[in-house]
Design a protein around this ligand. Structure first.
Ligand code: ADP
Length: 201
């Protein structure tokens, strides 16, 4: 049976992966929506086959995987193609996320999702944690982590919810402005609150 699901969301570079590891240390299993999105279109998958049938074999790279740069170029300039792609990938991603959540053995599961609200996937969750950081810190951390330019990071942030919108919809907020060393205690604090709420139910 699927355990209660706690969504963990935040913009790019807010600290989702770092905080997910802190939940793992407490014995809580996590499912990462970005990993699932990659798995759904991995080499030889049925979804990748559908994409190849639609866009032609040019969309497949030399290793048999998806040529993401080519796909991105197509869908950025053609809204109908983007909608078609989403009609194929979104249900497949949602189904695989649900399958992975159902296999979780911990007392609750954490669903790590950068676009939890944007994609309406908070409906899968019993409660949601928002990671709160100012945009300037996101830019600073991601340019360092991914070697991206400030403009590239800002472009990604533009299609994501604003910090205040995300925080307003969340049940818990973790501020990730301090040192990484402080995250363990912050996560433990939220974990205890989640356990209390689960016991009350
Ligand atoms: P996300 O998964 O939300 O994109 P990450 O967890 O990968 O974010 O964090 C982005 C980058 O910032 C990583 O390089 C991570 O090590 C670093 N980072 C995360 N939290 C902190 C923090 N509190 N202080 C300093 N660096 C941090």
């Amino acid at each position: 049976m699927t355990p209660p699901i706690i969504g963990l969301t935040g913009g790019i570079g807010s600290g989702k992966s770092t905080i997910a590891l802190e939940f793992n240390k407490l014995g809580i299993e996590t499912v990462d929506a970005d990993d699932v999105a990659r798995e759904v279109v991995s080499a030889n998958s049925p979804t990748l086959q559908l994409i190849q049938d639609h866009f032609g074999s040019d969309i497949i790279d030399e290793q048999g995987g998806l040529n993401r740069t080519k796909l991105r170029d197509i869908i950025f300039s053609n809204n109908n193609e983007r909608l078609w792609l989403e009609s194929i990938t979104h249900p497949a991603i949602r189904a695989l996320i649900q399958q992975k959540l159902a296999a979780v053995g911990s007392i609750y599961a954490v669903l790590v999702h950068p676009l939890l609200f944007e994609k309406g996937q908070e409906s899968l969750c019993d409660a949601v944690i928002s990671i709160s950081v100012p945009g300037t810190i996101q830019v600073e951390r991601v340019t360092k982590r991914d070697n991206q330019t400030v403009a590239q990071v800002r472009k990604i942030m533009d299609v994501q919810y604003s910090q205040s919108d995300r925080d307003a919809k969340a049940d818990y907020i973790i501020k990730n402005t301090g040192k990484t060393g402080a995250l363990g205690d912050k996560v433990k604090h939220v974990h205890i609150k989640i356990l209390e709420t689960l016991h009350e139910q």
